[in-house]
Write a protein that binds this ligand. Sequence first.
Ligand code: D41
Length: 682
Amino acid sequence: MTEAEAAQELATLAVEIAQHDQAYHEHDAPLISDAEYDALRQRNAAIEAEFPYLIRPDSPSRRVGAAPGGGFAKVRHRVPMLSLDNAFAAADFTEFCARIRRFLHQPDDASLAFVAEPKIDGLSINLLFENGRLVRGATRGDGAEGEDVTANLRTMATVPDRLRGDAPALIEIRGEVFMTKADFLALNAAQVAAGQKVFANPRNAAAGSLRQLDPAITATRPLSLFAYALGDVQGSVPSTHSGYLDQLRAWGFEVNPLSRMLGGEAEAAAFQQETGLARAGLGYDIDGVVYKLNDLALQRRLGFVGRAPRWAIAWKFPAEQATTTLEDIRIQVGRTGALTPVAWLAAVNVGGVLVTRATLHNEDEIARKDVRVGDTVVLQRAGDVIPQIVHVMLDRRPLGSTPFVPPETCPACGSLALRAAGEVVRRCTGGLICPAQTVERLIHFVSRGAFDIDGLGEKSIQEFFDLGWLRGPADIFRLEQHRAELLTREGWKEKSVSNLMQAIETRRTVPLDRFIFALGIRRVGATNAKLLARHYTSYAAWHTQMLAATTVGSDERLALGSILGVGPSLADELTTFFVEPRNRAALDELAAFLTIQDAERPATADGALAGKNLVFTGTLETMSRPEAKARAEILGARVTDSVSKRTDLLILGADAGSKAKKAAELGVATVTEAEWREMAGF
Ligand code: D41
């Protein structure tokens, strides 16, 4: 199939599939069978996989149906799910009421009856029931279209599969899925125990749990639902919102028991205050109160502006705050070596959650807020369970306090901790030996482009680390010592153990570039490692020259900086690594186990590309233009910008344009990026 044919067919498919989507979703009258429809989508996906750059902005794969990569199907709500306008003060609420009266031509003293509902901080969903049976459940999405999470919603005890008693022929019932604070804390504790990621707050936990691709996982998550709104309906419903809430209860839904009918607008401020006081003691997060006009006929008359109804408003609470004392600032070392200051606080209740830590982000942030040990600080929880320090109460600062001094060494391993120019983050430079980074580094060390050790995956590395067998890369080559004990462990058999030992043994001989790449020095990716290996050719030469390059202004430092393709930041990262004695010791220890193969000398004068004039065009997929140029030059080629009679070779990236045409006219040879990599030996 040519590019032109592909583009033509994708255009046709886009129109055709859109027609079927419309027939199915909007008219409930499919024109073809599900199997035929699936075939069209598959055809579209197959062409897109082959010609990814031809994917149309209106491609069916971007619009409806299953997302590429096996996400959820999109579903259009029968009636859009509206959003809510916010009020932050009593005056906003008064204005909201005045606007309703103006719209309805009611006198200023006309009384308005509202239902007040605590505004749950969860995620809105839409449940479609036909003849009393749940047929579909979807997330809110953008209000018009959400994701089909029916299978997941069906696992929830609070989502009825069947409406109890009489039900309309069709009804959309809306509500909020949420997780209680207690369930959230228990889930996070379980996640920690299982080595899984923790959630920032109950809302994220609820959203993450509902959007699991495997409903069996959702089933294990403690999700709750409060129902609170009506979408499309065919059949009769009560004439008031409070009546509708009663009906929801009768059908088998849970409705927030704190929802209350208000006699008039004057009762709103009292309800707001009362709920604000109750907030921290509730089992779930709320961020305000939703006030809804009770009379559904009036709701219909008022309609909506933009995407929000004129008949409802969310009166938000201010963020929950508390004051406490800062007992210490401690440094946490992340898996990638980033140092993060964390505030250790005297325990305090903020919005119903006991808080003992707050993130301080980075040292600039500490300086900006001038946060010091001993200070009384104001904390704020804005949805997140990890709160922020809003400000310091300077009038309560103890005498003799001193500003925070960032550490110069890593608290986990004692290596130098440096902050690169222009960066906010301070990093540990002892990557190879820092216990905080060991697991991450080892995973990289054994990965495909590095030592490529079969049978030593993330799980085994974590297991061996936990057993104390792995503290650094050299320990991999000592695993043999633990063979007998490993055989007694679950999941390990004679065969798998000997395969692993064999794989490790094979990798005792390693090419220099893979060795350099495996060290995981920042900015030294596989291609830069190759560049270095080709330049220094032997481990001994590289090692000696790197050591010498740690002296600022040395010839070796200048030589390193002037290797084509090695920029100043890469040179800095390399010398930083060699400055740290612990890294050098780890390197020596490791090298003693290995035979490190010399890299091939770069083909200079005698290579196939030596003295040749090259031109690159189009977008290269595996490297940047400057890198491509640098590599070509290492091989003795010249790189120019435009194609002429003197051009020997044109390298075609994606979307090559006029240069390709010119080369064809002049009879200049062309190769693809892959062919060029082959020629250049990369
Ligand atoms: O508890 C809630 N989060 C809540 C959200 C609620 N009790 N009522 C709501 N009512 C509406 C309307 C009035 C538009 C039917 C809502 C939401 N909307 C809502 N949630 C997220 C966006 C809008």
